[in-house]
Design a protein around this ligand. Structure first.
Ligand code: ADP
Ligand code: ZN
Length: 668
């Protein structure tokens, strides 16, 4: 390590880092922990960096790679995204290249030659490349400034993204002891943190842990009734024309949901492991390149997608863990603009997940772990407290006890009610079926018995003769399902076997014997539908609110300029075959529309406009603004919003959930 330099030398490298930030990226200042990480790595130290998605991990290794002599070698599992990552860097004037299996011989040779000649600032590699002797030999023949291990949680065998090739990365430290290593991830639990440090062999690395809060994401979890229709309403009202990701558990529901959205005027494409690689790549590429496309996907989609303007992430099924939920929702709003994490959750989600764990592979320890993950997820769904607070506490961070003001429970605090008697009624019904009849049934039959419904199945089993028949006419069917869901979530009831029958737990007895009370969450009557400050403060009627969030944050008068800049950007992106955000981010276009620069120098002062981009696009941007009559004018009448005219197509009541479908494996 060359870390013996004096204070003067350190000051030089620090100002070099800041100069690179201004010149190359066009940014004013480092954010949060970035500065400390950059300083440490530039000085030759190892670092483990935990930062939420969107916090700016990439700069933590990109700037040191630019400042230190040699090439920064970035290990990333995301082969499909390397081309885009490299394109984005080249658009900034950074000398970047990648090596992976998608290249032909000549392309690879060229990158190798550039590396050996010291002409690369950054080289991206897939982890499996590092197993090849030829790669190691190549790396030995050039000068390496640092190793960055991106998505470092892939080394964790218990995590949801395990990649065996990551286990071999400890050799980097053995083979190049003097080259600093920086491991980065957005997965924050203590266990994962520990595993990364151990398995990558980085005992003396300094740890940088950023706040995991994503204040621009609004968290909302709604009771599931007809999820596709509920989601359609949410999208039309709040995210018309926005890009977003919808997660479903099975391939079949992915296909159906994408089809449903398309039929209702929202452009959507499916993504799951059942599609061939070409179709998957095409859909991913469209998502990155087009404005406002929705991808409906299994969890196999999204890792490393650095599209900054994903405005919403919707879950139609319950994620298996809070980690998974946070990773997936974290893909929204990387640009810091308001975004929504929306989820529909109901009784069948709980039953299905519990069943999956029981019937799944793995030993007892594995099952217990899965159960614990699910319990934390259920607690998040059922909480009456601030959701953000609960998320942050889960990741070991002290939440703001007064609530965040930007989640559904803060915006419309749910009421609680004393559900002790209701719980006893459910549990007694389960007990009676078992003790008196030796039978076990699922939630539907229990609710029918409580409500005193003489269905064919109730009559077939003589269940109208039970003493509990009809004792529950004080609640509706939906309310009883809510009670059962919460009892399952609280561990006061359990699910058994392939049919998901309900059985008692050890804790059930305490309720039946009246030894404890059961507070329950009341289902919200009026779901939250808008962001704080956007619906009422504007003073305009509800229907007039523009769907496009990025534009909605701008004053009316500036929106035409913003839209014109977006149209210009789309044209540039098409011509060059790169995603629109590689040209400029939405946040940068917003600032341009607000500042309305009239000279190249003025444009250069805007965040996100570095030297190279100023040279390439400066004139073009100024022309767009000049063609707008030179100054912000009154907004023209808003155009029609996509798909507003046709009514939602109803999904049949038993269209959801598809309990018998195979869920998608964790990754493709
Ligand atoms: P992560 O990898 O942690 O998810 P990224 O590195 O993709 O985050 O950065 C997220 C967004 O924030 C990007 O659009 C990036 O350009 C922007 N960004 C990062 N650091 C800064 C900074 N210091 N100033 C302004 N924007 C930044
Ligand atoms: Zn809150």
């Amino acid at each position: 390590m060359g870390g013996t330099g004096g204070i003067a030398e350190m000051a030089v490298t620090q100002s070099e880092a800041l100069a690179a930030l201004h010149r190359v990226f066009g940014y004013e200042a480092f954010r949060g922990e970035q500065e400390a990480v950059v300083e440490h790595v530039v000085a030759g130290g190892d670092a483990v960096v935990l930062m939420p998605t969107g916090a700016g991990k990439s700069l933590c290794y990109q700037i040191p790679s630019l400042v230190r002599p040699g090439t920064g070698v970035v290990v990333s599992p995301l082969i499909a995204l390397m081309q885009d990552q490299v394109d984005a860097l080249r658009a900034l004037g950074v000398r970047a290249g990648f090596m992976n299996s998608t290249q032909d011989f000549d392309e690879r040779r060229m990158v190798e030659a550039e590396f050996m000649a010291g002409e690369l600032d950054l080289l991206y590699l897939a982890p499996e490349r590092l197993r090849l002797q030829s790669t190691l030999d190549l790396l030995s023949r050039g000068k390496i400034s640092l190793f960055a291990i991106d998505e470092a949680h892939c080394v964790s065998q218990w995590g949801h993204d395990f990649r065996p090739d990551y286990l071999a990365l400890s050799l980097l430290g053995e083979r190049w002891p003097d080259v600093p290593r920086i491991a980065l991830t957005a997965t924050a639990t203590h266990a994962t943190h520990q595993e990364i440090t151990e398995r990558l062999g980085m005992p003396s690395a300094r740890h940088f842990v950023a706040s995991f809060d994503r204040p621009n994401i609004q968290y909302r979890i709604v009771p599931k009734a007809d999820p596709r229709k509920q989601m359609l309403g949410f999208l039309r009202e709040e995210h018309a024309g926005d890009a977003g990701i919808v997660y479903c558990l099975s391939r079949n529901s992915v296909e159906k949901t994408a089809d449903f959205l398309s039929r209702n005027g929202i452009e959507a494409v499916p993504y799951h492991a059942g599609l061939d690689a070409g179709t998957r790549a095409a859909h991913q590429s469209r998502f990155l390149r087009e404005d406002g496309l929705v991808v409906v996907a299994t969890i196999a989609f999204g890792m490393g997608i650095d599209k900054p303007d994903v405005r919403f992430v919707a879950h139609l099924d319950l994620p298996k863990s809070v980690e998974g939920y946070y990773q997936e929702t974290g893909r929204a709003g990387r640009d810091g603009l308001p975004s929504t994490a929306w989820m529909a959750y109901g009784l069948n989600d709980v039953i299905q997940q519990r069943k999956l764990i029981q019937s799944g592979e793995g030993d007892e320890a594995f099952r217990r772990r899965a159960q614990a993950h699910l319990d934390s997820m259920l607690a998040l769904c059922e909480t009456v407290q601030c959701r953000r607070g609960q998320l942050l506490a889960y990741f070991g961070q002290d939440p703001d006890t007064s609530g965040c003001g930007n989640c559904d429970t803060c915006l419309t605090p749910p009421e609680t009610w004393d559900g002790t008697i209701a719980a006893q009624k459910v549990l007694s019904t389960v007990v009676r079926l078992q003790r008196e009849r030796g039978q076990k049934f699922g939630a539907v039959q229990i609710v029918d018995i409580l409500l005193g419904k003489r269905t064919a199945k109730v009559i077939q089993f003589d269940h109208d003769q039970l003493s509990v028949f009809g004792i529950g006419d004080d609640l509706t069917e939906a309310e009883w399902r809510g009670v059962i869901r919460q009892l399952l979530a609280q561990g006061l009831l359990a699910v058994e076997g392939e049919y998901g029958t309900l059985v008692l737990t050890e804790a059930s007895g305490t309720v039946l014997r009246r030894e404890r009370e059961v507070p329950l969450r009341k289902e919200p009557k009026k779901p939250v539908t808008s962001r704080p400050g956007t619906s009422s403060s504007s003073g305009s009627g509800r229907g007039e609110r523009k769907g496009r969030t990025a534009a909605a944050e701008l004053p009316e008068a500036l929106q035409p300029a913003f839209e014109a800049l977006r149209a210009w950007r789309a044209e540039q992106a098409r011509e060059q075959g790169v995603p629109a955000y590689v040209i400029f981010h939405d946040a940068t276009l917003r600032e341009i529309a607000t500042v309305w620069p009239t000279s190249v120098a003025e444009l250069g002062g805007i965040s996100g406009v570095g030297e190279k981009k100023l040279a390439t696009y400066g004139e073009g941007v100024l022309e767009v603004l000049a063609s707008m009559d030179g100054a912000p004018g009154p907004a023209p009448a808003p155009g029609p919003t996509a798909g507003q005219s046709s009514g939602p197509e109803a999904a049949g009541p038993d269209d959801w959930p598809e309990l018998d479908e195979e869920p998608e494996p964790d990754w493709i």
